[in-house]
Design a protein around this ligand. Structure first.
Ligand code: SF4
Ligand code: SF4
Length: 296
């Protein structure tokens, strides 16, 4: 994002709106720290434009100031429309793709962080019995994350044999997903947040989570870790013992559970996607597909 100094009147309304705190007013004009801006577009979307000519607004403000009066613009306006989004070229365009919720990822067609995660596991069958989904969300508003830090985490997980979810925009930036390494061109880009998604064996969770702890200790950004998997037919969580007792990661009360109400597009033992004539007509009561789902 940039500010047109010819239109900016220095009202400062954009400063508190910025999700990353990277706008400041200097010498009567707003300035965006472009190195730290994640191109989320919030400042421009939030502030409406009154359409007054900037010289007129400045003149009125100057006269009122001389008279020890003040006229502050309403807090939701950028009076002359000084904020503008320049054309973003690769690799900077990556920032907007991950940070602007109104933009869809070209690689997955999904907005936001660009992945359904395992919320649609009932239908997609990304995770089968014995699989654990490991989700590492990096970055937050006000902090963000450099893709170099995602690269470090993904490489460490790849060394242990993690399989990265292909329908995920972070995976799409890996020339060879077996290594976890991201395209070197994007490493200096900063995003508000991004999600690394992997599939690992349930029995391997202690090793993966332990390594994550080690890598996270050297990061400047933050990581939120989620584990997902299909429930056993009796409704129990197959990795609960491992996660809580062997790794010390507590299970969160804010987990999510899918109830298995979606029509599966996969066969339990077949190749994905299952041909239409082999698709089950409906989930069978009591089957893993009907009861299962994901919980994180
Ligand atoms: S809201 Fe607009 S006019 Fe006010 S400081 Fe920001 S860019 Fe300048
Ligand atoms: S695009 Fe987002 S990060 Fe950049 S200046 Fe605007 S609000 Fe701040």
């Amino acid at each position: 994002m940039r500010v047109d100094p010819a239109k900016c009147v220095g009202c400062g309304n954009c400063v508190p709106v910025c999700t990353m705190g990277v706008i400041r007013v200097e010498a009567g004009r707003a300035v965006v720290n472009e190195e730290e801006c994640v191109e989320c577009g919030t400042c421009k979307r939030f502030l409406r434009v009154e359409g007054f000519p900037a010289p007129l607004v400045r003149a009125v403000r100057a006269v009122l100031h001389t008279l020890h009066l003040a006229h502050e613009a309403p807090p939701d306006v950028c009076p002359a429309g000084a904020l503008f989004q320049p054309e973003l070229e690769w690799p900077r365009s990556v920032r907007k793709a991950f940070s602007d919720p109104t933009t869809k990822h070209a690689s997955t067609g999904i907005g936001g962080r660009g992945t359904e995660e395992i919320k649609t596991n009932d239908v997609t069958g990304r995770l089968r019995n014995g699989d654990a989904g490991l989700i590492v969300e990096m970055g937050r508003p006000g902090l963000g994350a450099r893709l170099a830090e995602l690269d470090r985490v993904a490489r460490a997980m790849a060394e242990l044999g993690a399989r990265f979810e292909s329908k995920n925009p972070v995976t799409q930036m890996m020339p060879d997903p077996a290594t976890g390494a991201l395209n070197p061109e994007v490493l200096n880009e900063k995003v508000m947040s991004a999600i690394i998604e992997m599939k690992v064996p349930v029995a391997g969770l202690p090793e993966f989570l332990g390594r994550l702890n080690e890598v996270a200790a050297g990061l400047t950004s933050v990581c939120s870790v989620a584990v997902a998997g299909r429930c056993d037919p009796d409704g129990s969580i197959p990795y609960e013992e491992i996660v809580v007792k062997e790794t010390g990661f507590p299970l969160s009360l804010t987990s999510k559970t899918n109830l298995g109400l979606g029509r599966p597009r996969f066969g339990e033992s077949g190749v994905f996607p299952t041909p239409p004539d082999a698709m089950p007509k409906a989930p069978q009561a009591g089957s893993a597909a009907a009861i299962g789902g994901d919980a994180e």
